[in-house]
Design a binder for this molecule. Sequence first.
Ligand SMILES: Cc1cc2nc3c(=O)[nH]c(=O)nc-3n(C[C@H](O)[C@H](O)[C@H](O)COP(=O)(O)O)c2cc1C
Length: 210
Amino acid sequence: MPTLLHIDSSPLGDASISRHLSEEFVQNWQRRHPDGKVITRDLSANPPPVITAGWIGASFTPEEARTPEQRDTLAVSDELIAELEAADEYVIGVPMHNFTIASVLRLWIDQVARAGKTFAYVDGRPVGQLKGKKATFLVASGGVYGPGTATASYNFVEPYLRTFFGFLGVTDAQSYAAGGASVVNHGEVDRETFLHPHLAAVQQLFPAAA
Ligand SMILES: Cc1cc2nc3c(=O)[nH]c(=O)nc-3n(C[C@H](O)[C@H](O)[C@H](O)COP(=O)(O)O)c2cc1C
């Protein structure tokens, strides 16, 4: 069964731009895959724990040698990784916070980057273990950071996500950015008007079959 992992990371609930983009993606994906399954992971509602020395020790302890306490420590990580493994495709709603991803998404990344699970050392080099997956990053930002803009180099969102997912083996990745959302925050444009072209752009990620 085709499976989509839908991750949101904005704290702003219905007022979030990135959540509306990811919801549009999910609706289009479901139309394309009526028999498909969607796994939903709201990182703002349930932030993953910060990794600790105990977590790091547990993750580098061979599975068969782990104590019950170490297994408990890795339980959230195991659950999040199982979602990545179960899905064929990922869509992630990403607010830009301080030029990078929201901190809850960073916590998730720390939990799912596991040697021996999502990447492995082969001849001393890390090799991503997530094969044949596709990722879509839907980013909302107050400013505009597209290629050629004066602030393009401030954008640590898409380069970071592409690098991280590539590290895990997910090299088939696409990104769409709804930049300039500050006009909504300043009350200059209402949310629906701002969202209109961006929702249409997300729809365009699902071209009609020829
Ligand atoms: C804590 C915080 C930090 C932000 N940092 C930036 C930033 O560095 N650059 C930017 O262009 N916009 C920034 N913004 C604006 C958000 O990117 C913008 O409101 C976007 O719509 C957030 O996505 P969301 O609506 O899905 O939450 C920030 C907003 C918040 C709340």
